[in-house]
Design a protein around this ligand. Structure first.
Ligand code: HEC
Length: 206
């Protein structure tokens, strides 16, 4: 059996594939070189974590309790429920622990998925029934997920005055809102805002 020679169609196909492969490798190497030499990171990370030993234990329980099937944390999970990255900058530890134990009482409203044994059967009812100690550890883990003020998942707007936000507020916010709501960016409204409300408390800013 002699060696079969490549047909011209095959030659063209293989050389196109080869060209793509070589280009891909060159592009990959070039990007890696640029990335390793760049002094600023390609993406600025606006969420942070620095886990305490208990927080780490909590993260393990969180993973085992299937919270990620609805939530996103540490950039893993789904977007079905709320994004929990940065929750430590939006909510206090007491608030989170309170919510996990008695969601509707803390929300002051009917919840969709979380509930207590007393409320209607809901998909995340099991959360409030986990051992109190586990809920505390999960709450500590969640409170250690923080975000820079001004990032999409932070409660607080950017620290410095933003011309863009001023422009958006003056263009789109109805006049009536100015009487009804306080601007969270002004100092006086930060002091008077209630716990868990939309205002920003000084103590909750990092
Ligand atoms: C079936 C989907 C589902 C599962 C599973 C689930 N959650 Fe939730 N979670 C939600 C939804 C939806 C909300 C909004 C409140 C509501 O309506 O229930 C929420 C709200 C929260 C909040 C409040 C966030 C805020 O800022 O208002 C926390 C904290 C939370 N979940 C933690 C957890 C933890 C911890 C687990 C796992 C032990 C978990 N969730 C499992 C769907 C889910």
């Amino acid at each position: 059996m002699g060696k079969q020679r490549l047909k011209s169609g095959e030659k063209i196909l293989f050389s196109i594939f080869g060209a793509f492969l070589v280009l891909g490798i060159i592009a990959f190497i070039a990007l890696e070189v640029v990335r390793s030499r760049a002094s600023t990171p390609m993406f600025v990370s606006t969420t942070h974590f620095n886990f305490s030993p208990v927080g780490l234990e909590g993260s393990k329980i969180y993973r085992e309790a299937r919270c990620n099937s609805c939530h996103r944390a540490l950039r893993m999970g789904t977007n079905m429920g709320l994004n929990l990255d940065g929750i430590g900058s939006r909510r206090s530890l007491q608030w989170i622990e309170g919510f996990l134990n008695d969601p509707e009482k803390v929300y002051g409203a009917t919840t969709i998925d979380h509930g207590s044994s007393l409320s209607a059967p809901k998909e995340a009812n099991y959360v409030a029934k986990l051992p109190k100690e586990d809920l505390r550890k999960i709450a500590i883990f969640l409170s250690e997920l923080t975000a820079d003020s001004g990032s999409a998942v932070a409660k607080a707007p950017p620290q410095e005055r933003s011309g863009f936000i001023d422009e958006m507020v003056s263009t789109f916010a109805p006049e009536s809102w100015k009487e009804k709501y306080k601007d969270v960016r002004t100092k006086s409204s930060q002091e008077s805002s209630p716990e868990g409300g939309m205002g920003v408390k000084d103590s909750e800013q990092q």
